[in-house]
Design a protein around this ligand. Structure first.
Ligand SMILES: C[S@@+](CC[C@H](N)C(=O)[O-])C[C@H]1O[C@@H](n2cnc3c(N)ncnc32)[C@H](O)[C@@H]1O
Length: 233
């Protein structure tokens, strides 16, 4: 796991705010929810594993009978609970825990989703005990996230996972989609803090060069001077 990814999982106050701002700017989780609904019964029960701040949970909840959201970290779970309450969504149960060590529920969920949370190798065995249909949402590009030096190749789980499912004889299907995956910043110092956070080992000069190349100041509603930075996730 790269240091950037480790930091994404760290969920300190900055990470949480950056992710929340990015989610407002993206249609990514909305699109994932729409795809999932095509493969689920009406009013399904769903479990969102590695839910983070619950961007997908909140999109799915209005269409679900019940949705359980689980993450290793309590901080994004508290954020999700606040968001659910503010939106009057009473059918969300969110709690902190390690999915891999939790007891199997009495009734399997109609769907269990792992959205940018890990791959088939990590979650398949346990996931099959938890859900009737599993959804793995993975990055299938070869570009590295949050890089200060632009697009770089990285290992993707996608081909590996597809092969694994085939080798195991597990019926599966997949679809590719592209969705905006940008990062909104309140100002340049916010963007700088972001780049430093996710690229702790990069020299200052390369951070500054990346910022110069990637950011353009613009104005969006509710934010006076924001910098929408297209992050190649
Ligand atoms: C990149 S974030 C994605 C969050 C969310 N699914 C989304 O799409 O916005 C991955 C999340 O998976 C969580 N995670 C990883 N392994 C986990 C596990 N074994 N049990 C619960 N959560 C896990 C991490 O804590 C992290 O919050």
């Amino acid at each position: 796991m790269s240091s950037g990814q480790e930091r994404l999982y760290a969920w300190d106050d900055n990470c949480l705010q950056w992710y929340a701002h990015a989610v407002e700017y993206r249609s990514f989780h909305q699109e994932v929810a729409e795809f999932m609904r095509q493969d689920l019964p009406s009013r399904p029960s769903v479990c969102d594993v590695g839910c983070g701040i619950g961007a997908l949970t909140l999109q799915l909840a209005p269409h679900c009978r019940h949705i359980t959201a689980i993450d290793l970290h309590p901080k994004p779970i508290s954020y999700l609970q606040e968001q659910a309450a503010a939106r009057g969504l009473a059918n969300i149960s969110a709690y902190a825990g390690d999915f891999l060590t939790l007891p199997v529920p009495d009734e399997p969920y109609d769907g269990v989703v792992f959205c940018l949370a890990g791959g088939v190798e990590q979650f398949l065995e346990k996931g099959r005990q938890w859900g009737k249909t599993l959804f793995f949402v993975e990055n299938a590009t070869s570009q590295r996230s949050f890089s200060s030096v632009g697009a770089q190749t990285k290992e993707t789980y996608f081909n590996h996972d597809l092969q694994l499912l085939t080798d195991l004889g597990i019926p599966h299907s997949y679809r590719f989609f592209t969705a905006p995956f940008g990062q909104v910043f309140t100002d340049r110092s916010d963007a700088e803090a972001f780049m430093h956070h996710y690229n702790p080992d990069e020299p200052e000069a390369s951070i500054q060069a990346a910022l110069k190349a990637a950011c353009s100041l613009s104005t969006i509603p509710n934010s006076s001077s924001s910098c929408p930075m297209k992050s190649p996730c």
